[in-house]
Write a protein that binds this ligand. Structure first.
Ligand code: UT7
Length: 319
């Protein structure tokens, strides 16, 4: 048994925060943000919008695109690093919001910006192992609540949003290869240390990042992991129709594309409009390129991401 993606959906909160808006909040400039990261604007959730609300909207669109009923979903995996609550999982809350009452399973995956490739690979293994038939895989984040709006090194980089795919059992292979990695020695380079004790946040609840160190590590390991998945299938970089990378920094994306011998015309880039939406960035970008007709049936699509931990990985698909 194989698995294939049969529908995608995404959702962005309506409030847009531009670099010019940020110039009024912290000591930064549009020129610095664009030249260092490629980001022009990002979306910010309303005060009453939770990660599960964003996930719900993206999921409803993916369910509609797939032409299935919500009740057909027998597993929900939500990749998030900004869950609604410490528990229950955002996936369980989403299952309720979708009114799914079929006794299927639901759980979250925490691999920060690497979360979506971790979740997609896990969903594929559930289907191939015969334990699920139709899986809703979501990346959803409200990163804006974890940002220190006085720290210009981080607050200009992130945004909120959600993306979802429906992965279903299939006779024809959709998932060609996947490879996940982590190296916990680097956990201090990108982190949010806060904790909750007796209902009160203790310690530093905000994202902290050693930007340059993360950048150097990302460029090295992403190039390596895309080579690994290609080697598993015998395909070459130039056989890839679309690279859909994690959208953290245009310079990291360009470096990976160059290593693969791909023109930027074959790369789906949304970082300018979305910023870094952590685990939501790949399914958001994927949905944009599916809906605007760029990604077509039969094409080869490569996803790759890196996040705090570090966690990183790549998934190669036949669309
Ligand atoms: O999604 C998970 C993975 N995360 C990533 O992949 C992020 C990886 N890192 C990056 O994308 C880049 O390192 C950044 C975009 C975060 C920063 O770019 P950089 O070229 O590495 O800049 P830098 O950190 O070396 O900072 C250069 C200068 C510093 O000033 P000095 O020390 O040279 O005087 C910073 O203080 O830029 C200053 N700076 C800023 N200036 C204006 C830092 N943040 C800002 C800012 N506006 N927002």
């Amino acid at each position: 048994m194989h698995s294939r993606i049969i529908g995608t959906g995404s959702y962005l909160p309506s409030r847009v925060l531009s670099n010019f808006d940020l110039e009024k909040i912290v000591d930064t400039t549009d020129e610095w943000i664009v030249s260092r990261s490629g980001i022009h604007e990002r979306h910010i959730a309303a005060d009453d919008e939770m990660t599960s609300d964003l996930a719900l909207q993206a999921s409803l669109r993916a369910i509609e695109a797939a032409g299935i009923a919500a009740e057909d979903i027998d597993l929900i995996i939500v990749a998030t690093t900004s869950p609604d609550k410490m528990f229950p999982s955002t996936a369980c809350i989403l299952q309720d919001k979708l009114s799914i009452r079929n006794g299927g399973a639901a759980f979250d995956i925490q691999a920060v910006c690497g979360g979506f490739v971790y979740a997609l690979n896990t969903a594929d293994l559930y289907i191939r192992g015969g334990q699920a038939k139709t899986v809703l895989v979501v990346g959803a984040e409200v990163m804006s609540r974890m940002l220190d709006w006085t720290d210009r090194a981080t607050c200009v980089l992130f945004g909120d949003g959600a993306g979802a795919v429906i992965l279903q059992a299939s006779d024809t292979p959709g998932m060609l290869a996947a490879k996940l990695h982590s190296d916990g020695r680097h956990h201090a380079l990108l982190r949010a240390d806060g904790n909750i004790c007796n209902g009160v946040v203790q310690g530093d609840p905000f994202v902290r990042m050693e930007g340059q160190a993360v950048f150097k590590f990302a460029v090295t390991v992403l190039s390596r992991v895309v080579e690994e998945v290609l080697a598993e299938t015998g395909l070459k970089g130039t056989d890839i129709n679309w690279l859909v990378p994690h959208q953290a920094n245009i310079r990291i994306i360009e470096a990976t594309a160059k290593k693969l011998g791909l023109s930027l015309d074959n790369v789906v880039v949304t970082v300018a409009q979305h910023g870094n939406t952590s685990s939501a960035s790949i399914p958001l970008a994927l949905d944009v390129a599916v809906r605007d007709g760029r990604i077509k049936a039969g094409e080869t699509v490569l996803l790759e991401a890196i996040g705090g931990g570090f966690t990183w990985g790549a998934v190669l698909l036949r669309w």
